[in-house]
Each structure stands twice: as structure tokens, then as C-alpha cells.
Write a protein that binds this ligand. Sequence first.
Ligand code: SF4
Length: 254
Amino acid sequence: MLQQTPVSRVLSIWPDWVRRWPTASATAAATAADVLRAWGKLGYPRRAKRLHECATIIARDHDDVVPDDVETLVTLPGVGSYTARAVACFAYGRRVPVVDTNVRRVVARVVHGRADAGVPSAARDHADVLALLPNSAVAKQFSVALMELGATVCTARGPHCGSCPLSDCAWRTAGYPAAAGPSRRVQTYAGTDRQVRGRLLDVLRDKDSPVSRAELDVAWLTDVAQRDRALASLLVDGLVTRTPDGRFALAGEE
Ligand code: SF4
């Protein structure tokens, strides 16, 4: 849920979710449509489908227990290197680098004396953070602290150096040299295919039975070709299915 989504938004559904489905096997026993409906407007709904598949495999192959090592975690649906590392580190206390945008920026400034992190490189970024991780039981706390420092103090636009707990920072010592490349554009949501996909899923979530094509069509009248493309992609992703009589339903609900 937290992949590309802030904690504040996830908190609106997470407590009810874990009350309803406290284990992987409980999630696996739900239908894909139930899971998509509970996902609500959290966005990136493919994650909900992957989470359901992931729960099914954990229940079936791992005795209903989330694996604790990165190598096994990355074999699960929807779990990439970052999520696997976050689970291994934050849930199980493993000493593995967890590198997000905030961490990369802090390392670039503190260690390399640069304003921003530049192009990501998993091997280099992990090696950088591994070199900083304490070789002890507090590696987990260190990882959380590094991430929070980047999120709350060493922010992208205005680092609060006056309240920074670090006494040594290469970028500060060098007099804050400017970033080398152009600043990155902020991605907008309005008008994107993602927004259209969300509108179409809203229609299906609000109904207990399949809907007609016309009911879906009114969800997005701004750009008909874009709406058709969004619907086609939902069908390809397996989030929406077509019933034998030509109507549309959430996956598993036809
Ligand atoms: S001193 Fe400033 S630039 Fe350096 S890590 Fe702290 S907040 Fe970031």
C-alpha cells in the first residue's frame, strides 16, 4: 500500500483492512473483487491485485508467514527490491540497505557533497548505504532515521540545516554547490490515463453487479479515445473482466 503512496492516505484504509483480513490466508480467501473494493481510492489498483496474489502464495507456500529474507521476498507478486528490503529491515531487523528518494538525497549531500542524487543506480546506491549502516541491532533504527531525515529535515527544496542533527555534511562544508542538471518536472495526475482508470474503477466499485458499457462511458467524456484506452488497459491488467453478456465487472465478480 505504501508503494508511491503517503502514509496519511494509507491510514484511511489500513486499520479496517487488517481487522478484516488479519492474515495472508484471510486475504487469500477473499475474492479479488472484495480486495479491489476495499482498496478504495488508494490508487495504482494493480497493487491490490498483486497483494491478493501475494497473500495466496504466502498462505500456500510459506505457512501463512511473510518471509524474512530479501531473496525469497522478491519472488512474491508485487514485491520488488525496495519493498523486499523494507520488509526485511523494518519488520525483521535485517541489516540490509533500504534506499528511497529521500535516502539517496541525504547520502548525496552528506557523503558526496552534491545537491541531489542524480540518476539512480541500485548497485551504487545500495553500496553507499551499506557502508553507512551500523553493524549492530540498531541498523533498523538507523535506516528509519536516514529516511526520516530526508523526509523532514534534509528536504529537496529547502533543507533545514539549522536543525539537522548531523555535525558533518560534505555539501554544507562545500558551501552548497548548485545541482549540475536541470530540475525534474513534477508529475501531475489530472487528465492522465491513471485518473481515467480510477474513474472507471469507481463506477464498478459502487455497484454490486456488472455494469453496461454506457454506464462506464459516462465516467469520462472528456476524451473518448483515452477512456477506451484506459478500459482496455484495465481488461489487460485483469482488474476488470467482461461478462458473457458483454457487461463489465471487477475481477472475479463476473
Ligand atoms: S546539514 Fe543540511 S544539507 Fe546536510 S544533511 Fe543536514 S539538512 Fe541536509
